[in-house]
Structure formats: structure tokens, C-alpha cells
Design a protein around this ligand. Structure first.
Ligand code: 13P
Ligand code: SF4
Length: 345
């Protein structure tokens, strides 16, 4: 028996022993050997909800990046514990917005526009600390599947939307709304006062944070042109963390769940070219062999890939001890406010 097989059997043994007391969650971008073992596959928000809704599960083992395990920790029930097999599996996009820089930006914006004018909206791909900041200031979390609705809600409540930390999801969301390009400004935390002149800040309706996902900004309009030439009948679909010119050049953009659904619902024989993390695209290719599913480019989230059979096995075998996710209670209460506001929008 090779090492992988031994790890798979050891993980299955723990699952059999703990039964419904354990739920093993895996994000769509996880390695195939892990998605095959999961009780539930999903996007970040679906997984956090699935953990809470699994009534008998006391142990939640989360295969995904840190902000996802933190969201599950924020939403979990009292008797549950969340375990994350590799604490260094972070998300560079989430790390673009640290609390100190965000507070400094917030203070400057509030000084120019007034404290009640700005609604903070935070993407799910953010630290629990940032969600807590937003919750405390009356704002909400959103995901790539409900960003449009969240922006509309924010504009009903206040004059300006401060969206962070993904510039591209912000731009792609605003593109479908009645907002002029000059009313959108980009806040660069590495420049004094965000690099935004006071006159522009006074007129802004949307303030975007300068952050991006390296996995999705790897896709280019040249990739799209190549794909069109090679597969003229294909539908090309991408995630809205891709730059706006890419999103505008393709046939559709949407969340991880949207991409999964579009492939699942496509007619046999269809060709689909997908611009998102490569482990998901490869899994869809294998799963739907009666249609052609091709990556727009092979783009890897190496942080997602830090969870593997070795650290998952160690986590499972150590239960009920092990790499438990812990957050300050006050921080969790504020972050929960922002997450629950998303549900009420
Ligand atoms: P979702 O699971 O919310 O779609 O986000 C995944 C992600 O990390 C996109 O890059
Ligand atoms: Fe973060 Fe991008 Fe990886 Fe998603 S794909 S976890 S946003 S680095």
C-alpha cells in the first residue's frame, strides 16, 4: 500500500468511528483526493452554513483557506469546534486589507464625507477581523454571488460604498450599475491618503480597495483571444475576481457556484472554457466526460493546495484535540453581525 492509500484509509477509519459527530468540508478548489473524501463540497459561504446546519456534528474539519475556516468558526453553534488542518493556508487577497490600514482609510474617508455617508461592504474573502470592523460600522459581508444585491442595499442606506478587499470584483459589480467611471475611486493603502485627491473623494460614490487575487488576475484578454480562435463555438466563463477587460470579453462571469452550475447544466457535446482555479476546472473536466471542459489557463491557488492528505490525516487522528480555530468572542460577535446582515439583504 502506498502512502496516499494508507492516509485515505486512516481518514476513512476516523470518519467511520465518529459518524455524524464529524463533518468534513472541502472547498471546490481543493485537491481531488480531498474532495473525494469530503461530506460536503461547496463555496466558502455554503460550507460555513453547512457546518452550522449539520445538527449532530461536533467536529468540523475544514479543507479550504483560513478565512473560510474562520467564517465557519464565526457561524458555528456553541457545541461545535472547527479544525483547520494547515494554519498557513491563507489567502493573499484577504491579506491585502489589514485592520490598521483599513481604519486609517476609514478615518480619512469619514473626515472628508462625514461619518454617516459611507457604507462598508466586505467580500467574504477577508479576515474575521475585517468582517468584525465592517459589522461594527453597520456594513455587511457579500460573496461573488450576491455582490450586486449588496451594493444596491448599501446605496439605499448610504451615499457611498466602500468595498474591500477585491478591486476587480468591485469594478465588475459596479459595471452593471448606473455609476459614472469618475465616481469610482481606487484606494491604495501604500500611498498617502490612499492616493485619492480630496476633490475626487468628495465626488466618489464607490471607493474600491486595491487588492486582487493572483489566481484570477492571471487570466488575460490574450488568453480569451486564443481560446476564441481555437474553439470558436465554446462558451467562455470566468470568475468575477478576473480583471474587468477579461470579464467583458467573455460570455459570462459568476461565482464558483455559478461556474459549477453552468457546466452541470450544459448540454452534452458543449464546449466550455472556464477561467478559475485549476483544481475545480480539472474536476469538472473529469466529472462531465460527455462535454468538453477546458481551462482558460491552468492557474493554481497554492494556498488551497497546502491542505493535503498528510495534514488532513494528522488532524483527523488527533481529534478531539488538534488545530482548532479560535477567535476572540467580541470579534466574532461583530463579524457575525456583518454575515447576518448579508442574509437579510
Ligand atoms: P467562494 O468560495 O466564495 O466562491 O470564493 C472562493 C475563492 O476563493 C475565489 O477565489
Ligand atoms: Fe484567495 Fe484567490 Fe486562492 Fe481564492 S483563489 S483563496 S481569493 S488566493
Amino acid at each position: 500500500m502506498n502512502m496516499n492509500q494508507a492516509a485515505i484509509e486512516a481518514i476513512q477509519k476516523v470518519k467511520a468511528r465518529l459518524g455524524d459527530e464529524l463533518i468534513l468540508l472541502a472547498h471546490h478548489y481543493q485537491r481531488p483526493e480531498l474532495t473525494a473524501l469530503a461530506d460536503k463540497l461547496g463555496d466558502s459561504y455554503e460550507l460555513a452554513k453547512a457546518a452550522r446546519d449539520a445538527k449532530d456534528a461536533r467536529f468540523i474539519v475544514f479543507c479550504g483557506v483560513r478565512f473560510m475556516a474562520e467564517a465557519a468558526e464565526v457561524l458555528r453553534r456553541d457545541e461545535q469546534k472547527v479544525f483547520h488542518p494547515e494554519a498557513t493556508a491563507g489567502c493573499p487577497l484577504a491579506d491585502f486589507a489589514d485592520r490598521a490600514s483599513v481604519e486609517a482609510a476609514w478615518n480619512r474617508m469619514s473626515e472628508v464625507r462625514g461619518p454617516e455617508a459611507i457604507m462598508p461592504l466586505v467580500y467574504m474573502n477577508s479576515t474575521a477581523e475585517l468582517k468584525a470592523f465592517v459589522g461594527k460600522h453597520g456594513g455587511a459581508v457579500c460573496t461573488s454571488s450576491n455582490a450586486g444585491r449588496a451594493f444596491e442595499w448599501a446605496f439605499r442606506e448610504r451615499q457611498v460604498v466602500f468595498f474591500l478587499p477585491d478591486e476587480h470584483l468591485g469594478r465588475n459589480t459596479v459595471a452593471g450599475m448606473d455609476i459614472k467611471p469618475e465616481e469610482v475611486v481606487l484606494w491604495d493603502p501604500s500611498s498617502p491618503e490612499g492616493g485619492v485627491e480630496v476633490d475626487r473623494l468628495k465626488k466618489a460614490r464607490v471607493i474600491l480597495w486595491k487588492g486582487y487575487c493572483h489566481v484570477h488576475t492571471a487570466f488575460t484578454i490574450e488568453d480569451v483571444a486564443w481560446a476564441r480562435q481555437k474553439h470558436p463555438d465554446a462558451r467562455i466563463l470566468v470568475h468575477p475576481e478576473c480583471p474587468q477587460p477579461v470579464v467583458q470579453a467573455v460570455d459570462g462571469a459568476g461565482s464558483t457556484s455559478y461556474l459549477v452550475r453552468e457546466v452541470a447544466e450544459a448540454a452534452p457535446g458543449t464546449t466550455l472554457i472556464i477561467g478559475t482555479e485549476m483544481h475545480l476546472v480539472e474536476r469538472l473536466t473529469a466529472q462531465y466526460s460527455d462535454r468538453q471542459v477546458i481551462p482558460l489557463r491552468r492557474s493554481l491557488c497554492y494556498n488551497m493546495a497546502r491542505i493535503d492528505l498528510t495534514n488532513l490525516r494528522a488532524t483527523m487522528e488527533a481529534l478531539p484535540e488538534g488545530p482548532v480555530v479560535q477567535l476572540d468572542e467580541e470579534l466574532k460577535a461583530d463579524a457575525r453581525l456583518a454575515l447576518e446582515r448579508m442574509l437579510s439583504i
